[in-house]
Design a protein around this ligand. Structure first.
Ligand SMILES: [Zn+2]
Length: 257
């Protein structure tokens, strides 16, 4: 990763040299701002783009719902064995491994690790598929919470994301870095890195039926459903405003307590 802690003048030599390792699009942005954010290098950007598209091909192959549970080794297996996906290269695997294992505090993400093993397995026996959502919940507390929440808040509430194993989280993280044009610091605020998501062990997201992408905006906090959720004592809110993990305000994210 390339770090830009000492950029003061947009035209200084150090900045210019740093920019030389980035793709032109990032370099232009960086030259125009005094940023402390960390960006991917040019070589990493190329890997990110290829891994992103390959993971999308894996998702298309195994299906949206199954992709939530898929392990890392199974992902590599499908890629190796189905020509339409194409095997991950050694560099791509090393890049994914790095994203999983690196210290995230350098990007301003301070949450605890929730998963130590990149090849974490989630057994079908331990999860329940929730009809019409394409998502799963862990049996037990998470599933009970969701069912009670629907009873207490109303049928307008719907599961928008449940169990996410490492590969699903990795794919969301990578796609977010892509949309942030290589700015990892910015991406880490809006999505937990792959070893740090509570979706891998317990939590889930809810929204309002028909609200689509708006469910993942702060607008959710102004809904009747959210105000009712706040009164329930059997669930928590993982990412409040100014949370210590450094994650943005996520009113839709239910903490399983
Ligand atoms: Zn969430």
């Amino acid at each position: 990763m390339v770090k830009f802690l000492d950029i003061i003048s947009p035209m200084n030599r150090r900045n210019f040299l740093a920019c030389a390792t980035l793709t032109p699009i990032f370099a232009n942005e960086l030259m125009a701002s005094n940023t402390k954010d960390i960006y991917l290098s040019k070589e990493e950007w190329v890997l990110l783009v290829s891994v992103n598209t390959r993971l999308k091909r894996v998702k298309r192959y195994v299906g949206f719902a199954n992709f939530n549970l898929l392990s890392f080794n199974d992902t590599l297996f499908y890629a190796r064995n189905y020509r339409k996906i194409g095997a991950f290269t050694k560099k791509e695997i090393a890049f994914m491994d790095k994203l999983f294992h690196e210290d995230q505090s350098q990007y301003g993400f301070y949450g605890p690790k929730t998963c130590e093993n990149i090849n974490n397995k989630i057994s079908r026996k331990d999860v329940k598929k929730i009809s019409y959502t394409g998502h799963f919940l862990f049996k037990g507390k998470a599933q009970n919470d969701y069912e009670n929440l629907k009873k207490d808040v109303g049928n307008t509430i719907i599961l928008t994301s449940g169990v996410r194993n490492v590969v699903k989280q990795l794919s969301l993280y990578i796609n977010k870095i892509y949309n942030c044009r290589g700015n990892i610091t910015k991406a880490s605020i809006s999505i937990a890195p792959p070893a740090y998501s509570y979706h891998t062990i317990s939590d889930f997201d809810v929204g309002i039926k028909g609200w689509g992408y708006k469910n993942f905006t702060a607008d959710f906090a102004s809904t009747y459903e959210f105000s009712k959720m706040q009164k329930l004592d059997y669930i928590g809110m993982r990412y409040n405003k100014n949370n210590k993990d450094g994650v943005r305000f996520e009113p839709w994210h239910v903490e399983v307590i």
